[in-house]
Design a binder for this molecule. Structure first.
Ligand code: 4AD
Length: 432
């Protein structure tokens, strides 16, 4: 006899070749025994209920093999084993206690061998969930009257400013990789598109090596006309994400279970109507907890996390919007608050105390844009066509940008963004 397991997109079933049953020859059993792990095979057989329960397996059926073909033979020695790569930290820890240590596959080894690593059930589930997030994001926006557009990734100037930009030469002209679709999605609004969204790569020449920054990530960007107030943009965030979380919980149970088997996490707590706090209210909550922060500065990773915990305690939610940020910490295109220009019509959105979205109303008056860009140290010449777009009639508008990998990472309580990027790019990694 010979037993082996076949796997397809994370699902597995045991196969049996049995000479005793007279269904296959001894030669075929010998051949099957010689096929190396992870080889690509075609199996022909009959699905049946096993006579004796399959040891250690929960499945109720097996395949009685009639024929097996080895389509592509895997190398006899693999750099990582899928069994090792599928283990939870708890399993590894308890094996250490028992004195029979199991192999722990570290992150770099996984990423160096990503094609094997993504065969684990948890990784299959993470990327299936990511695909669902993309689908639910687009479906909701299409239904809400948004058009999907594509914006250039080769640009003449920066959109978010700062040093985090990849510079390159474009036919002897200085150019950069788009830091976001910001300027072009706004220009589409100037072109009377009313409501648009963009899904595509975003490039940031990050210098810091953190658990939540990549040099290339997938941006989900939204831009829309607004009638009265930037709360219209926050209303879209609210309904889009509550709908997305509901649908994930309803439709993706299998994926969520596979992920939490290896990386245990608690379901995300969110309200039917997303909590909105002003930046000042957030600062006050921190102050009441004995944490002093600059009222006109930005929050750092630590204070964002602390505020997340305070919000959870007080409002029982791990998903909330913080708005009316100090203008000084927002990009040049952000609209100042009409009642107090030290603040801005802008917001960030958090899951489990970490930012997944930033958004705002934009400045749609060209003179004011020029002044703001210059104040923020941006060379106005490099964005002159963008500023000109507002000279021919432009509506008040606003929007937001979401990091796809962060949404999946934080929804599933994962500890590192490299787990939700198929082939991550960070300051130390350009391969595979
Ligand atoms: O906060 P950011 O830089 O905002 C913008 O790009 C604006 N143009 C958006 C807008 O419409 N106002 O980026 C938006 C989101 C962040 O909230 C975060 O989720 C993600 O993109 N993000 C990153 N994800 C991974 N690695 C990085 N280096 C990221 N930088 C931002």
């Amino acid at each position: 006899m010979c037993f082996f397991t076949v796997r397809e997109m994370g699902a597995t079933v045991q196969c049996v070749l049995s000479v005793a049953e007279g269904l296959v020859s001894a030669q075929m059993v010998k051949f099957a025994n010689g096929i190396s792990k992870e080889s690509f095979v075609d199996v022909e057989g009959v699905v049946s209920v096993p006579k004796a329960p399959i040891t250690g397996a929960s499945q109720q059926v097996e395949i009685q093999v009639r024929k097996i073909y080895c389509v592509n033979r895997a190398a006899p020695v693999l750099p990582i084993s899928i069994e090792d790569a599928s283990r939870s930290e708890a399993e590894i820890e308890s094996s250490l206690e028992l004195g029979e240590p199991l192999v722990r596959v570290n992150q770099d080894t996984r990423l160096n061998n990503r094609v094997l690593d993504i065969r684990t059930p948890a990784n299959q589930a993470i990327f299936s969930l990511e695909s669902d997030v993309l689908r639910l994001f687009s479906q909701f926006l299409w239904k809400s009257g948004f058009r999907q557009i594509c914006t250039p990734k080769l640009t003449a100037g920066t959109s978010e400013g700062g040093a985090a930009v990849f510079r390159l030469e474009y036919k002897k002209q200085p150019a950069c990789l788009a830091q976001s679709p910001q300027l072009h999605k706004q220009m589409a609004i100037c072109g009377d598109f009313q409501r648009v969204f963009v899904v595509g790569p975003v490039f940031r020449a990050e210098d810091s090596y953190t658990h939540r920054h990549l040099c290339e990530f997938t941006g989900l960007d939204v831009e829309m006309e607004i009638k009265w107030h930037y709360s219209e943009v926050m209303d879209i965030v609210d309904s889009l994400f509550v709908n997305m979380f509901d649908k994930i919980n309803e439709e993706c149970q299998e994926a969520l279970e596979a992920i939490s088997k290896q990386y245990p996490f608690k379901p995300l707590k969110y309200l039917r109507k997303t909590l909105r706090l002003t930046f000042e209210e957030g600062i006050q909550m921190l102050k009441d907890a004995g944490i002093e922060v600059d009222p006109l500065g930005d929050l750092n990773t630590e204070t964002e996390r602390t505020l997340g915990k305070l919000v959870l305690e007080k409002y029982d939610t791990e998903f909330y919007i913080l708005h009316r940020y100090p203008l000084a910490v927002r990009p040049f295109y952000t609209m100042p608050c009409p009642d107090n220009p030290a603040y801005s019509n802008s917001f960030d959105v958090f899951i489990r105390g970490e930012e997944i979205i930033s958004g705002a109303q934009r400045v749609h008056m060209p003179e004011m844009l020029e002044t703001r860009a210059a104040q923020c140290g941006i060379d106005v010449k490099t964005i002159s066509t963008y500023i000109d777009s507002f000279r021919y009639g432009a509506p008040p508008h606003g929007g937001f940008g979401v990091g796809l990998e962060r949404v999946v990472m934080l929804f599933c309580g994962l500890d590192n963004i490299r787990k939700t990027s198929l082939f991550p790019r960070d300051p130390r990694r350009l391969e595979p």
